[in-house]
Design a protein around this ligand. Structure first.
Ligand SMILES: [Zn+2]
Ligand SMILES: [Zn+2]
Length: 214
């Protein structure tokens, strides 16, 4: 752990909260576990892998907020910036933003955009996509440095006539989406709107699908 880390006092619970200096990958791992309600795993990871002591790791977990802007203790919904005190209840909130634009909103838009009938391929006629997992198993692979290097994201998608076949999805990033990814800006504009055969390749035999973003 960086020795320059500091503590902030939470007025609400009087805890001295360690303000960690996470790398992108560490932030992804901790917030990913926190958002999935796997807090004990997040505490363990901070202790075992990041060298943060138990009390500090617990303090961090107790002061993360699940939604950007929304206080972790009350209904206040307009927090701005990182490491802020809630003006209503005085609770300290990290108010971190996930350092990746690969999120639920993007996955929902991509899901809607996948019009398999436009491929004019009998083997996938009537198929639709019922979901794309925005928490890939290898969550830290979503770090900006890794995506800049590999130019792809691997995850799972649910596709089929009933929308329930499990597919390995590979999303390739083009120049526009790489630039947006690096700036943590929305990738929604990088989903092509037509010429479906040029950016969707699906293989129902192998349960794989490849997507090419702009
Ligand atoms: Zn507190
Ligand atoms: Zn509050």
């Amino acid at each position: 752990m960086n020795p320059n880390t500091k503590h902030r006092k939470c007025i609400r619970c009087e805890y001295n909260v360690l303000v960690p200096e996470f790398t992108d990958e560490q932030m992804l791992e901790i917030l990913g576990l926190f958002y999935q309600d796997l807090k004990l795993f997040a505490v363990k990871k901070m202790k075992d892998e990041f060298g943060i002591d138990h009390a500090d790791a617990k303090g961090i977990m107790d002061h993360l907020n699940k939604e950007y802007g929304k206080c972790n203790r009350c209904n206040f919904d307009y927090l701005e910036g990182e490491c802020v005190e809630c003006p209503k209840c005085k609770a300290f909130n990290f108010n971190f933003k996930m350092p990746t634009p690969f999120n639920q909103e993007f996955c929902t838009h991509l899901e809607w955009a996948l019009d398999f009938d436009e491929l004019h391929d009998e083997s996938v006629k009537g198929f639709w996509c019922d979901g794309i997992n925005h928490f890939p198993d290898d969550f830290k692979s979503l770090s900006r440095s890794n995506v800049a290097k590999t130019r792809l994201i691997k995850t799972k998608a649910w596709i089929g006539k009933d929308g329930q076949g499990v597919y390995d999805m590979t999303i390739h990033l083009g120049d526009k989406s790489i630039a947006s990814y690096n700036a943590i800006q929305s990738l929604i504009e990088c989903i092509p709107a037509d010429n479906f055969k040029e950016w969707i390749a699906i293989d129902p035999q192998c349960s794989t699908i490849e997507i090419q973003l702009l």
